[in-house]
Write a protein that binds this ligand. Sequence first.
Ligand code: SF4
Length: 315
Amino acid sequence: MLTSLQKAKAFNQQYRLVGRHSAVKICLWTKQCIRSGKVCYKQEFYGIHTGNCLEMTPAILCNHRCLHCWRDTSLFAPKWEGGVDDPKEIIRGCIDARRELMIGFGGSEKVKADKQKLAALNTFLAPDHAAISLTGEPCLYPRLPELIDALFDDFHFRTVFLVTNGTVPEMLKRIGTESKHFPTNTYLSLQAYNFDSHKKLNHPVVLDTWNKIIESLKYLSTVKDKTRTIVRITVINGHNMSHAREFLPYVKLMKPHFIEVKGYGFLGMSRRRLKEENVPSWEEVQGFAEEIAHVSGYKITLQHEPSDIVQLREK
Ligand code: SF4
């Protein structure tokens, strides 16, 4: 689905393409874990293994062009074109490509010079956590339910996290119906607090994605006994920062187990669309979370300043 120019760009950005529409990359936190033993908020909040994370996507395409997206959205196709790769082939390809990238990382002078770091690298070569979130909208991959089952049953992953923008409720409804397993965590990313802010912040490239997001929020309230549900709100100064209370109707619709409030980071390609002043301070992120807690009845449970994230839990 990608042109040769797009493929070259992706390679330079440290993605490794797998098959026709999937990709893998080593997360910065995984590298940090090897270098210094530091772990990401997902290990601290939910017990995943940072060093054994397979950050991947089965769909390098998206129906949004969000302002805050750190990915290179010029790599996204607007709609699915071409064939659909086999889920097990995708997983195998991602694991192999990750392993090569990790071994390459082991060749770096800092890691090579330190026996402990080399030993850590060996422990982390086999992934046991899948973050289906690297880039694009994974629910656009037509065989996602099979991919989730294969991760658990054929590749023995311990945890699988799915992150969606909520625009494909039809796929969310197929998970657990056409698959044996649900993801361990199902995240819905929400930046918009009404239809106008949706158009401004998410730049949908197809019509009707706002209604689809509402449908997904409602649907996810019905599967809370099957998967840990989380709404993640990325707060951006000058855009949604002063609208905490306006997120309440969506929290009420989804009734997620957790809310994660994350500060926008001035990273990657988002630097072309936003400015440094759009980055909230840690205190502002905490303030937004406190306001949500005040109006929603959720309580602040955990915080991870290095990731700029505050977690709130249903009481
Ligand atoms: S939905 Fe996600 S992948 Fe798509 S443009 Fe927005 S942030 Fe990027």
